[in-house]
Ligand binder design. Sequence first.
Ligand code: PRP
Ligand code: ADE
Length: 178
Amino acid sequence: AREAKLDLIKKHIKVFPDFPSKGVLFRDICPLLKDPLALTAVTDLLEEHVRLTHPEVDLIVGLDARGFLFGPLLAQRLGVGFVVIRKKGKLPGPTVSVSYTLEYGQAEVEVQEDAVYPGQKVLLIDDLLATGGTLYAACELMKKKQADLLGCMVVIELKDLRGFERVKPISVFSLVQY
Ligand code: PRP
Ligand code: ADE
């Protein structure tokens, strides 16, 4: 059943060479979102992973923007809350921020100061791991908040870019690898 679900997921990830700039092989998850069975397969496998390895999780924390597409579905399955990490300037009230470099660009992420309490057990989620800059910044944010960061989850991991090394010693679980 797991292999069938992974095949279904892979079938719904489209590749676009040279987007958004030359040399980038863009992995598009839009077909995955459009197919209800494929999207359910993603949620099923992420839920299975969390229940097996991190059943004590308190919060799912998702990354702007595509982490927002999978995070709330997973959080609802688990019966835990969902928290957003956003790009700079989008969140009201007091925030904590960290800057980082991307496969194509530079950015800064932030979280609301009261969104995560010290000691809360959190799992980070995003759609894709490339260089790891985004997830690393998110890990730093969780460190600043004194969260108990259990790990990271992504749907797609681009192995060649070795993003997992940037995120070390925090582990990254991925469903599909290229
Ligand atoms: C993409 C992707 C990840 C990040 C991965 O987001 O959704 O968040 O890049 O790259 P990294 O591992 O090299 O940091 P992007 O910054 O393009 O923004 P978007 O989600 O708003 O489209
Ligand atoms: N974010 C960073 N690199 C990416 C890629 N190659 N495909 C899709 N999203 C990305």
